[in-house]
Design a binder for this molecule. Structure first.
Ligand code: HEM
Ligand code: HEM
Length: 178
């Protein structure tokens, strides 16, 4: 098994990032769903919500690493040909963009806030005396964009499993699994 990608399959590092992040995203959406659906005093909501910020920052760091690794491997990654291939690639670009923008809006807001930001107890941004308004503005859309990301992920899973694996049986799923 190669560490790097090849034209026929994703390598070990791309797979570790893809499947590791898929699991972490599941936990992050569970935390968001609990925040949305359960009342404030609910113990499950508190538990699931308690890791939202630390996990969100972790996902932000991982997607940047994944982007760099994808870029280094750009010339040898599995290719996508034809109109459907171009649509798949566009879908992946949208996934990447939202994986950066969704946590990015909240991290930006925290950087310009009077509460600051800690990551596993380490101060990343100290509290400011006053908030910077333009840095808060994009975070208004954090939740909505997060749910749009969740929907696109569902579409992505349906395409990978339903379209490629069960319907076309073209081996696209195996490029990421075996
Ligand atoms: C990829 C990472 C992330 C995803 C997918 C995500 C997703 C979401 C979603 C879907 C909601 C809406 C929950 C609801 O409807 O009640 C939400 C809320 C929230 N998230 Fe995140 N989040 C991420 C990262 C972060 C980070 C890094 C922070 C803080 C630095 C953060 C702070 C918050 C806060 C304070 C809320 C509640 C207020 C609001 O809806 O904007 N999130 N998140
Ligand atoms: C059960 C869950 C999932 C399955 C079965 C799955 C399946 C796949 C497959 C088969 C590929 C390769 C597609 C190709 O070469 O055309 C792929 C690529 C990709 N997947 Fe997933 N995926 C899942 C979850 C996720 C999640 C949760 C995310 C992001 C939040 C994600 C983001 C991506 C991206 C951006 C690519 C492009 C390749 C890369 O840069 O890593 N996937 N996925």
């Amino acid at each position: 098994m190669h560490l790097q990608d090849t034209p026929s399959r994703y390598g070990l590092i791309s797979r570790a990032l893809h499947w590791g992040m898929a699991l972490l995203f599941l936990a992050q959406f569970a935390s968001a769903a609990a925040h949305w659906a359960l009342p404030r005093e609910n113990a499950l909501r508190e538990t699931l919500w308690s890791y939202h910020v630390d996990l969100g920052i972790t996902l932000f760091i991982l997607v940047l690493l994944r982007g760099v690794w994808g870029f280094i491997n750009l010339q040898r990654r599995p290719e996508h040909s034809g109109a459907i291939g171009a649509a798949a690639q566009a879908g992946h670009v949208v996934l990447y963009a939202l994986m950066v923008i969704v946590p990015g809006t909240r991290i930006l807001a925290a950087a310009g806030s009077d509460r600051g930001l800690s990551y596993f107890g380490m101060t990343i941004f100290p509290a400011r005396e006053s908030e910077i308004a333009w840095m808060q503005a994009p975070s208004e859309f954090h939740g909505e964009l997060g749910w749009i990301l969740a929907l696109i992920v569902l579409g992505h899973i349906a395409m990978a499993v339903g379209w490629h694996h069960l319907w076309r049986r073209d081996g696209a799923l195996q490029r990421m699994t075996s």
